[in-house]
Design a protein around this ligand. Structure first.
Ligand code: V47
Length: 365
């Protein structure tokens, strides 16, 4: 406990947050340092229940990861390979279409496409990819490309951000995932991903997307070399952008997983820290409708706990289509959950699983 801070101060900040009032960065630090885990869980759950009652959202989705060959060498990444290196892949458009076709008739409502920033692919290639996937699965929403991939492909094309996004939107890109945010603090970013697109680029892409009515998500990679001040600064930059645009759907804190990358030495934070981070995200981001506990990264047990710490979404069925997390040692090697599995997980935590689409409309079958 901070020497000059009393339990009464912590209770006052917690009450303020539970009433729905906005807390300051300093108050967030105080809660982080001194609030008991159970208090954070209670406040985050009160806020969550006020917004979405006993619902836990999920969707029927799958991922396409077109390539793991990437221009950038982010130190936390276990997935990237050099062209020609063992374990590298680079799917052709017909293979991507084949993957999409294998989900026809399965009831999926979302295709999530992200991968490495491949030096040879241009905007025309990506627009064609989206067009073909959408033509193959017209009922599904294409949620595609991190802001880092988008900034690179659009700047290469010579178009403005807005015109590049419009071109992709016209091809069928209806939403943008939250990846590539990592940690916004420029000094930490230099340490963990010095070559990657900048914080400014990430924020500009999301702002431009919101300006076009394209909803997006936001992530934060935590639990490595950053400190709590960096995490709150990250949340604060997101809260400020959301105040201006209202275009974010979900915030997804991503726990750093340490296997098979250059930052193995950082280890991994405790599960109690994951729960504190989820609760603080729910409390601080008073203008974000959803907090997602991404189950392939936390694993199913922590995801179940996350539902008592402010999360109201756990992502989807996945069907063993993403490798980013398992290659870093997280969760299951072949991540997949049936709707029944998801319903049981939610019920075990005292909640009701509700299927949603990408835009959080409830799906009635
Ligand atoms: O930006 C990479 C993270 C992100 C590791 O928007 C790692 O619905 C932990 O953003 N340990 C990409 N994390 C994935 C992503 C995402 C995932 C699920 C849903 C949504 C959504 C977005 O994966 C990267 C990076 O922060 N990541 N390596 C690692 N070793």
């Amino acid at each position: 406990m901070h020497p000059e801070r009393s339990n009464a101060d912590i209770e006052r900040i917690a009450d303020k947050a539970a009433r729905g009032a906005r807390i300051s960065p300093e108050e967030a630090v105080a809660l982080w340092n001194d609030a008991p885990l159970a208090l954070l869980g209670k406040v985050a759950t009160d806020i969550k229940r006020g917004r979405s009652g006993d619902k836990v959202y999920y969707n029927r989705n799958f991922h396409i990861e077109p390539t793991n060959i990437c221009l950038f060498r982010c130190r936390f990444c276990s997935y990237r390979r050099e062209e020609g290196e063992e374990g590298a892949w680079n799917m052709r458009l017909d293979q991507i279409v084949e993957k999409a076709r294998s989900f026809a008739g399965s009831g999926v409502t979302e295709v999530h496409i992200v991968g490495g920033v491949h030096p040879d692919h241009d905007l025309t290639f990506y627009a064609e990819m989206i067009r073909r996937v959408k033509a193959t699965l017209p009922q599904a929403t294409v949620k595609a490309f991190t802001a880092i991939e988008l900034a690179y492909m659009i700047s290469r094309s010579g178009l403005s951000l807005t015109d590049g996004l419009k071109l992709l939107r016209d091809a069928g890109m209806e939403a943008i995932p939250g990846g590539g945010a990592e940690i916004f603090d420029e000094e930490v970013r230099r340490k963990i991903c010095p070559e990657k697109g900048s914080t400014r680029q990430w924020l500009e892409v999301h702002e431009a997307a919101h300006g076009l009515g394209i909803p997006t998500n936001a992530t934060m990679l935590y639990g490595h070399v950053e400190n709590i001040g960096h995490r709150i600064d990250h949340l604060d930059r997101l809260r400020r952008l959301q105040d201006r645009t209202g275009g974010f759907n979900a915030f997804i804190p991503l726990k750093f997983r340490s296997r098979g990358n250059d930052m193995e030495g950082c280890g991994e934070v405790a599960v109690t820290e994951d729960l504190r981070m989820l609760a603080l995200s729910r409390i601080y981001l008073d203008n974000f409708p959803h907090i997602k506990a991404y189950w392939p990264m936390y694993g199913k047990t922590t995801t179940e706990l996350a539902l008592s710490f402010g999360a109201d979404d756990i992502d989807g069925t996945i069907d063993d289509t993403t490798k980013i997390y398992s290659m870093a040692g997280a969760g299951d090697t072949n991540p997949a959950m049936t709707v029944g599995d998801i319903e049981r997980l939610a019920a075990a935590a005292g909640y009701r699983a509700v299927e949603r689409d990408t835009f959080y409309n409830e799906v009635v079958r």
